[in-house]
Every structure is written in structure tokens, then in C-alpha cells.
Design a protein around this ligand. Structure first.
Ligand SMILES: NC(=O)c1ccc[n+]([C@@H]2O[C@H](COP(=O)([O-])OP(=O)(O)OC[C@H]3O[C@@H](n4cnc5c(N)ncnc54)[C@H](O)[C@@H]3O)[C@@H](O)[C@H]2O)c1
Length: 390
């Protein structure tokens, strides 16, 4: 008689590996997750919408970033998207053509107070051009709403600080959407680096080359390459290390005439020096023709951690004449698609009082200060020491 192996049915239930974030999300969708323990958060974080199953929201801006948030908001069962505020009717009409009756009502910016006065609205997403953030955020806070804001919070550290101060006074919060912190590969590197998997970090390096080249109309109002692009890399490096640099050095050039003509740069190199002795380097371009080049590397005496570029299809074709694969993801909406979903989930968790604010005000204020130090370094040609007390 054939001897049977021990039945796998007798073993404990099989569980997914912690790295399978997509399965984790599936569990969240079907409600198969352990709720956060009540004492995980302080009473200050017990937000007034904790009891609500659906969070009423308003989205400001239907541009490049806004369209990503629109589809994630509409797809999220925890969200009831009530209004979109957009100044260009044509953008709204194309959304309506796609989403039909599910499209929330359009509100023009001059009427946004009406949407914010709706008591069903708990929170807003701000995805308008950076120079408008300050006004939109202040208006939303004054109306008693929680705020998810695209980075940077405002055009400068002073305005950003005011937003955070207003929020604190009113018992509200402002979430700065540094989406790269929510990228699963970068999260794995952050956890490994903090665990000491490579020992004391000697160097940390990011490569961030944009694709496609952003329109000049966007670049003109972007706030400049340091506050628009470098803030992502600066935040990523500081978050991985858990440390802020004491000084920064920057070099930049403009190879593209149209970018030179608006006084901005398309190519940047930054060196960040940390008290621990760690050196951070950032390599940025506005235009990588081979795809959205996004890499992170952490090096130490015990080894190297790298997050390489990701491709939409993981197939390699090797022949006698070479080795080919499809290009990397083309741009941020596809490369960071998971991160955008996960950052929204984190914000919703926060609004429902399950977790503290995931990105601290002092983190984004310091990042803004470091970006300004880089601009100063470019002007002076020297390292700029950063005084965080000021
Ligand atoms: N995290 C990321 O990966 C990422 C990527 C791109 C942009 N961003 C950020 O998102 C913000 C928007 O950038 P974008 O590239 O989407 O810009 P965009 O120009 O493509 O879109 C901005 C949209 O806002 C609308 N708008 C302008 N003023 C408005 C107002 N007062 N009220 C309502 N709508 C208004 C415009 O008509 C436009 O549709 C910026 O702060 C940028 O830094 C973040």
C-alpha cells in the first residue's frame, strides 16, 4: 500500500511572504486584515472621521498628477469623491467621457468654497501647480478639511511652515505626498539599510532622470529643478538614512536651449554630507530618452543594496547578436503606480485615525531647506552648511 505524505491540510494556513505587497493589498480589499491596535496611535491622532466607512473628498487639479489621483480615488472603496475643482473645462469633459456618471461634479476654482463647505467633505487632494498650493491648502484647512498635497507643500519653506502651523492650530494635518517613500522596492531598501544589512552606510546614491521631457509650460511654473525634482531624491535619501545632511553642494547645467531660456537647468549633481560620515549623491536629468531612469543604491562595509529600473514586462530576448528587453517604464504614472496607490492608502489610514501622519512636517520642511541650500550652492560654487534651527 502506498504510504501517504503528511497532508498539507494539517499544517498551518499558508501565508504570503511579506514582500508580496499586491497580495497584501488584495487582503485589504477583501477586508482580511488585522485592524491596527487602538493603542498604536496617540489620542491626538484620533481623527474625527475615524467612525466613517467612506471618506468624502475633493480633488483639486486634473493635470498629470491629478489624473493619477483621480483614478486611484475613484477605485478606492474607502473614498467617496464628491467634487473635482479644475479651471479647464476641457480636462473635466475628457474625464467625464471616460468615467461617465461616476464622474464627480465639476467646480470652478472661484467656487471652491462651496465644495469645501459641504459637510460630507472630510479631506482634499491638492494636485494643482505648486504656486497655487499655499492658497488651496489654507482654504481647505480653514474649512476644517484634512489635506493630501502633492509635493512640494508650497513654493518655499516659509509658506510650507505656515500651512503646517495652521493645520496644527486647527487640529488637522497636511500630508506631503512624497510618493517614492511608498515604492515597494525603495521601502525594502529603507528597511534593510535601517536594519544594518550593509553595515554603517558609507554612500547612498540616487539617479532620477525624467521621461518624457516635461512641457516648457510646466517647467516655467514648476518652482525650478531643485524644488520640483531634487526634493524627491533629497527626501528619499534622508528617509532611508534617518538623518539630515549638515551641508550640500550642487552643480547644474542647461543643455536644452528652451530650459536655459527660462533660467532653469536640465542636469544636476548634488553632494550631501552627513554628520555620520555618510555621503549622498544625486544625479538628475530632465530628459532620459531610454525611459524613466530611477535608481537607488546604498553601500556599506557589509554589502550593497540596489533598486534597479523596473520594466513593464519581465521578458528578456537573448540571441547570438545581443540581449534585448522592452524599455524601462516610460514615466512616473507607470513606474510609481503602486506607490501612488499605497500613499493614498496611508493617507486614508491616517484620516481614519489608524496611523500617525506618515510624513512628518519637519521632514518636508527640512527637505525644502536642503533644496534651497542646493540653489545657494549653485550660485556660490561652494558647500552650503544647513542650519535647521532657523
Ligand atoms: N509626485 C509626483 O510624482 C508628481 C508628478 C507630477 C507632478 N507633481 C506635482 O503635482 C502638482 C501638479 O503638477 P502637474 O504636473 O499635475 O501639473 P499640470 O499642469 O499637469 O496640472 C495642473 C492642473 O491644475 C489645474 N489648475 C490650475 N490652477 C487651479 C486651481 N486654482 N484650482 C483647480 N485647478 C487648477 C490646471 O488647469 C491643470 O489641469 C505640482 O505640485 C507637482 O509638483 C507630482
Amino acid at each position: 500500500m502506498q504510504a501517504h505524505e503528511r497532508s498539507p491540510y494539517l499544517d498551518c494556513a499558508q501565508v504570503h511572504h511579506e514582500s508580496d505587497f499586491k497580495y497584501e493589498r488584495y487582503c485589504t480589499l477583501v477586508g482580511n486584515v488585522t485592524p491596527a491596535a487602538a493603542d498604536d496611535i496617540s489620542s491626538d491622532d484620533a481623527i474625527k472621521v475615524a467612525h466613517k466607512n467612506q471618506i468624502g473628498m475633493v480633488l483639486f487639479g486634473l493635470g498629470r498628477a491629478g489624473m493619477i489621483h483621480l483614478s486611484n480615488l475613484l477605485a478606492n472603496p474607502r473614498v467617496s469623491l464628491l467634487y473635482v475643482v479644475e479651471m479647464e473645462r476641457a480636462r473635466y469633459d475628457s474625464v467625464r467621457a471616460r468615467w461617465g456618471d461616476r464622474t464627480p461634479a465639476l467646480v470652478l476654482p472661484q467656487d471652491s468654497a462651496t465644495a469645501l463647505a459641504d459637510p460630507r467633505v472630510d479631506a482634499v487632494v491638492v494636485a494643482t501647480p505648486t504656486f497655487t498650493h499655499f492658497e488651496v491648502i489654507q482654504q481647505a484647512l480653514d474649512a476644517g478639511k484634512m489635506v493630501f498635497s502633492e509635493k512640494p507643500i508650497a513654493e518655499n519653506a516659509e509658506q510650507s511652515r505656515l500651512c503646517y502651523e495652521t493645520a496644527a492650530k486647527l487640529g488637522l494635518t497636511v500630508f506631503c505626498a512624497f510618493n517614492r517613500r511608498f515604492d515597494p522596492a525603495f521601502q525594502a531598501i529603507q528597511q534593510a539599510a535601517r536594519r544594518g544589512d550593509v553595515g554603517k552606510v558609507h554612500t547612498i546614491k540616487t539617479v532620477a532622470r525624467d521621461s518624457p521631457l516635461p512641457p516648457i509650460a510646466y517647467l516655467k511654473i514648476s518652482g525650478g529643478i531643485f524644488h520640483d525634482c531634487a526634493v524627491h531624491d533629497i527626501d528619499l535619501i534622508c528617509w532611508v538614512l534617518g538623518e539630515f545632511p549638515r551641508r550640500a553642494l550642487a552643480s547644474a547645467s542647461a543643455h536644452i536651449a528652451e530650459i536655459a531660456a527660462i533660467g532653469d537647468h536640465d542636469t544636476v549633481a548634488i553632494v550631501l554630507e552627513f554628520d555620520s560620515g555618510t555621503i549622498g549623491t544625486i544625479d538628475i536629468s530632465r530628459n532620459a530618452v531610454y525611459g524613466y531612469d530611477q535608481r537607488l543604491e546604498v553601500f556599506g562595509p557589509k554589502g550593497l543594496l540596489t533598486a534597479e529600473n523596473e520594466r513593464p514586462v519581465n521578458v528578456r530576448h537573448q540571441t547570438s547578436s545581443g540581449d534585448t528587453a522592452v524599455p524601462f517604464y516610460f514615466s512616473f504614472p507607470s513606474r510609481y503606480s503602486e506607490g501612488y496607490v499605497l500613499e493614498l492608502e496611508a493617507f486614508l489610514d491616517h484620516v481614519q485615525g489608524k496611523i500617525p501622519l506618515p510624513i512628518l512636517p519637519e521632514d518636508s520642511l527640512r527637505v525644502s531647506k536642503i533644496a534651497s541650500a542646493c540653489e545657494e550652492s549653485l550660485r556660490t560654487g561652494a558647500f552650503v552648511t544647513i542650519d535647521y534651527a532657523q
